[in-house]
Design a protein around this ligand. Sequence first.
Ligand code: AMP
Ligand code: ZN
Length: 116
Amino acid sequence: MSDCLFCKIVAGKIPSKKVHEDEEVFVFHDIHPWAPVHFLMVPKVHVPSLAHAGPDHVGLLGRMMALAPKLALEQGCRPYPEGGFRVVVNTGAEGGQEVHHLHIHVMGGPRPWLKG
Ligand code: AMP
Ligand code: ZN
């Protein structure tokens, strides 16, 4: 999608602070963090939202969720159960989604946070 912000970030056309990249996933710091650790995990393919997920996306979504704890620890979240992190997928207008390329927010670190 040529006019999609996160597709442009994946393609390197818009700069980001990269956390991780592999064949199918790109991960970068949120530009307006809510918490001491706040990064976004996006599939490299353009999927508009979690509402568009179907059987074809089961493996991808599973791998993204399974990657989140490893990256959270690497980014400074303390281990479970004292530490931990929050995973959020805003979906659609009433779900608070502003960028229409599926993304998983991962937030953590010492409280208080700016939000939540
Ligand atoms: P959402 O409301 O779930 O669609 O969240 C979109 C998120 O993208 C927000 O938390 C924004 O701060 C973040 N964001 C917007 N533009 C950028 C950018 N250029 N680089 C990194 N994060 C961004
Ligand atoms: Zn996109």
